[in-house]
Design a protein around this ligand. Structure first.
Ligand code: ADP
Ligand code: MG
Length: 686
């Protein structure tokens, strides 16, 4: 149960003055659905203004506050033309205040001729006239602006303006409760950090390192603490030692021999599974490193020991593909493998549920449907989670509650993040690394091409398809908006279908599952030659005959994501090509990213470079990967503060594992505030 003191912070924005249905949408777009979200909607930056007496004192391009007296209103010749108000300073110098479109209504009302007004905005030039386009503020009193020389700039959505947003934030800040301190007092003193409430207020008011650091630390600390609670609960729970006798694994007839890294990882997993304590291990391996077979061998260990295993995939497509691969590989062992997704209904579903309950099914592969309440296992011994960055820790937790005893957990990820960040994102997991690729991989010929050469690209694609090989076409990412992404994908699909006819299939996130599967099926069977897709193909899909990948607007994708996408080709014996199409407007980092893609194919190297490119400003746990581990702390802050936060959390757990002391109670409030309360539910007596 959420502590009562937080309830006001979880109220909806409607409860604020002047926030009605009109603002609902823009606020939702920014994911500001509760007051706490607004409190944590921190400014991107601040505009610093200087109060000047005369226009002559200000430089062009400078943000200023100045007293001006309107002398003349000049409506444009047409409705489209700008509306100008000429205004003069004390020395008689003139500045044009300019509006485009409807905004001029403001000007008419707020700038009566002959009456002095305080105006804030950016001083520019238009021809040989000074001008200020769309001044940010106009006030009759100097006091309204003088206190406002440092002004926050918030991320906005359509329908919101900076002053509006600032007003909403101010209301929320006015309602912040005083919360008891959860940070260790000596830490607080040493760092010179303000209390929580002050920190929030200060972080909205100006560039303030101490305040921002404190808020970031709260998040990192909460995360560390929640993960430790999970770990503690996990330790207390009974696991079951599973020792395989090799009888099933010996019957596998793999078409290759395992790499040393695969063999080592399997040995590490087997070692963990033989223990009483439930395994909590992360398998890190670049795309194509061969994680699937490691999963299979681990699952066979469980089955050899008389238990069942479940493999959880993030999407239907992937679940299906894993099912096909694993069923084929496992055929000689005679184990029973089933597929269960949200789509299975009626008889088929009933029979799988029966099989899981009576133990006739040994291995089940599926989406999160395999962990719904209705699904009971006879003896679930191992849970494998593929591409685990798509799942939150809280979700993972649900899974491990499923068995009579806590099952062993193996999480697999292709995100090659360094150890500290593994800790921050996944908690104290043990890590196995596939740091070696299966032999015989050919480098992928990666080229960056201007999108203006679309015709050449399509002609090249035609030649490629004529050889009988297949190709992927990844559609542009239209700025965080799935609907636009899909529109773009459909348009591209139509164009390519026009050219290549039936050989083209389309897959995107909003297609009904049957159509998605049908398309994937046609592509992986080779009936379709070209797969047009949004990034749903990002993880897992394995079609060795697909040897060309075209990525549109490649500069919009993150480095890690480009690397993942490219990993879909280069899986067979033929040489593969990746064409990165770029737009005209290329930022510095966009350019650097594409250059790196051309240079390297090493996921760990690319990940390191990515961190460097993104610098400290960027959030960790990018939106692309689906899970935002941190939404307040930046990467730089996580790296700098994580050790202290871990120590602090560990110390608190040692002294007060039940979070019952005064500080423990405060920490509980924090966990709820930052929505890491999944940890709290594990405490005995909640
Ligand atoms: P990922 O780690 O991306 O999940 P997969 O498990 O899909 O990688 O494996 C990628 C490809 O490499 C598959 O086609 C698989 O059959 C092949 N593969 C896996 N292990 C080996 C190996 N030891 N030698 C040769 N090929 C391998
Ligand atoms: Mg995989």
């Amino acid at each position: 149960m959420r502590p009562e003191i937080l309830n006001p912070l979880f109220a909806e924005p409607d409860s604020l003055d002047g926030v009605g249905p009109k603002l609902r949408k823009p606020l939702e777009k920014l994911r500001l659905t509760r007051l706490r979200d607004i409190a944590y909607h921190l400014p991107q930056r601040f505009v610093m203004r200087r109060a000047v007496v005369a226009l002559d004192d200000a430089a062009e391009g400078e943000q200023i506050v100045i007293a001006l007296t309107p002398v003349e209103h000049r409506a444009g010749a047409s409705a489209r033309a700008p509306y100008r108000v000429l205004a003069q300073d004390g020395a008689g110098d003139i500045c044009a205040l300019t509006w485009f479109g409807k905004a001029s209504y403001t000007a008419r009302k707020q700038l009566p001729v002959g009456e002095k007004r305080w105006v804030a905005g950016r001083l520019d030039r238009y021809g040989d006239m000074r001008q200020m386009v769309h001044p940010d503020h106009i006030a009759a009193e100097s006091s309204a602006l003088a206190g406002n020389l440092c002004e926050p700039v918030y991320p906005l959505a359509e329908g919101l303006t900076q002053p509006r947003m600032a007003g909403i934030v101010a209301q929320v800040l006015g309602r912040l409760p005083d919360l008891a301190e959860w940070i260790e007092p000596s830490m607080l003193a040493k760092q010179g950090w303000p209390a929580w409430r002050d920190a929030l207020i200060r972080a909205h008011r100006a560039e303030d390192k101490a305040a921002r650091d404190r808020l970031a630390y709260d998040e990192i600390f909460a995360n560390a603490l929640a993960l430790m609670l999970v770990r503690q609960a996990n330790r207390r729970r009974r696991g079951q030692p599973l020792q395989g006798d090799g009888s099933l694994r010996n019957r596998l007839q793999l078409p290759y021999s395992l790499t040393a890294a695969q063999a080592r990882s399997i040995a590490e997993i087997a070692g963990d599974m033989a223990q009483d304590a439930p395994m909590l291990r992360l398998l890190q391996g670049d795309v194509g490193a061969g994680k699937t077979v490691v999963a299979l061998e681990s699952m066979l260990i469980a089955v050899e020991a008389g238990a069942q295993a479940a493999l959880l995939a993030p999407t239907e497509i992937l679940a299906r593909q894993h099912f096909d691969t694993i069923r084929k590989l496992a055929a000689p062992t005679g184990v029973e493998v089933a597929l269960l997704t949200g789509r299975d209904k009626g008889r088929a579903r009933e029979s799988i549920l029966m099989g899981l309950m009576d133990g006739s099914i040994d291995i089940v592969i599926g989406t999160h449907a395999i962990f719904q309440d209705a699904v009971q296992y006879r003896n679930l011994g191992l849970v494998v989670i593929d591409e685990q960055h798509r799942f939150g820790v809280g979700q993972r937790l649900l899974l491990t509650q499923k068995g009579r005893v806590t099952p062993h957990t193996l999480a697999m990820t292709a995100t090659p993040i360094p150890r500290t960040l593994v800790l921050a994102q996944h908690g104290e997991m043990d890590v196995s690394r596939l740091d070696e690729m299966p032999p015989g991989r050919q480098p992928i010929d990666t080229r960056v091409i201007s999108a203006a050469r679309m015709e050449d690209v399509v002609a090249g694609l035609a030649r490629h398809l004529a050889t009988g090989q297949q190709a992927y076409w990844v559609c542009p990412m239209v700025r965080d908006n799935e609907t636009d992404d899909i529109a773009a994908a459909e348009a591209r699909f139509a164009a390519l279908q026009h050219r290549f006819g039936d050989a083209v299939v389309l897959v995107h996130g909003q297609l009904p599952p049957e159509r998605k599967d049908a398309a994937m099926e046609r592509f992986s069977s080779g009936a379709a030659k070209l797969l047009v897709a949004t990034t749903v193909i990002e993880v897992g899909v394995d079609v060795p005959n697909a040897t060309l990948m075209v990525i549109e607007q490649a500069e919009r994708f993150g480095l890690a994501q480009l690397h993942q996408l490219r990993g879909r080709v280069g899986r067979g014996s033929e040489k593969s090509t990746c064409l990165l199409l770029r737009g005209d407007e290329l930022s510095e980092t966009g350019r650097a990213r594409l250059a790196l893609m051309r240079e390297s194919q090493d996921g760990f190297y690319l990940a390191e470079q990515d961190l460097e490119l993104r610098g400290g400003g960027e959030l960790l746990g990018t939106r692309q990967s689906g899970e935002e581990a941190f939404s307040i702390a930046t990467l730089e802050q996580v790296t700098r503060l994580i050790d202290a936060a871990n120590d602090d959390a560990r110390l608190l757990m040692e002294h007060d594992g039940g979070l019952a002391s005064e500080r423990g109670q405060a920490a509980r409030v924090l966990l709820y505030l930052l929505e890491r309360d999944w940890g709290v539910s594990l405490l005995r007596g909640g």
